[in-house]
Design a protein around this ligand. Structure first.
Ligand SMILES: O=C(CO)[C@H](O)[C@H](O)COP(=O)(O)O
Length: 210
């Protein structure tokens, strides 16, 4: 069954824990955003895993180099999944996968900024990653003419396990899942909602139904 991942793009551990407490009943994966980890360090990973041991904690490291070292830091802190950039070299991804195997955890490759997300997703799947995130980042989403449909079309033809991130919301999440994404990632649609718990609940109901 497909999963719902909340991306917590807030800036402090207290804010992240407060949001997670509201939305945890409705999500499968709790993502700690890159700015949050940069601001708070790996202690936010430890705090989130301690608060939600039954959830997968996803550390959005966006590692570009020293894959084994950075992944090891996050796994030791309590992460279940870490991200490595698809634009980095295979050696970086292989290093992170080595750390994941040592800890019994997983690596997700984030295709942000890659000119051919589908081809890179297929390539890196061979390296033993858990799944690949077809991702349009915040800056790309804010550019004129952005549509999540491009990610939905890519998911439909990629043929390897993927998540989709880049403006997932209640209007498009059904199409995201129906395109074959195993995980739908929702950030602003939850954390910026007036009632984050209600937003997460509504998204999760579509994911379970689709
Ligand atoms: O990793 C990210 C930005 O780099 C975000 O967490 C991801 O894009 C999901 O957030 P949103 O649903 O707001 O796009």
């Amino acid at each position: 069954m497909a999963k719902l991942q909340v991306a917590i793009d807030l800036l402090t551990t207290d804010e992240a824990l407060a949001l997670a407490a509201k939305v945890a009943p409705y999500v499968d994966i709790i993502e700690l955003g890159t700015p949050l980890i940069k601001n708070m360090g790996s202690s936010v990973i430890t705090a989130m895993k301690a608060a939600h041991p039954d959830k997968l904690v996803f550390a959005d490291l966006k590692t570009a180099d020293a894959g084994e070292l950075e992944a090891d830091i996050a796994f030791k802190a309590g992460a279940d999944l870490v991200t490595v950039l698809g634009v980095s070299g295979n050696a970086t991804i292989i290093g992170a996968v080595k750390a994941a195997k040592a800890h019994g955890k997983g690596v997700v490759v984030d295709t942000i900024g890659h000119p051919d997300r589908v081809r890179r997703a297929q390539e890196v799947t061979e390296l033993g990653v858990a799944f690949v995130e077809l991702h349009a980042g915040l800056d790309e989403q804010w550019a004129d003419g952005y549509s999540i449909q491009v990610l939905i079309d890519e998911a439909a033809r990629v043929g390897v396990p993927v998540s989709i991130a880049g403006g997932v919301n209640l209007e498009n999440i059904e199409a995201v899942i129906k395109a074959g994404a195993q995980v739908a990632v929702a950030g602003a649609a939850i954390y910026a909602a007036e009632d984050p718990a209600a937003a997460a609940k509504a998204l999760s109901e579509v994911v379970r139904r689709a």
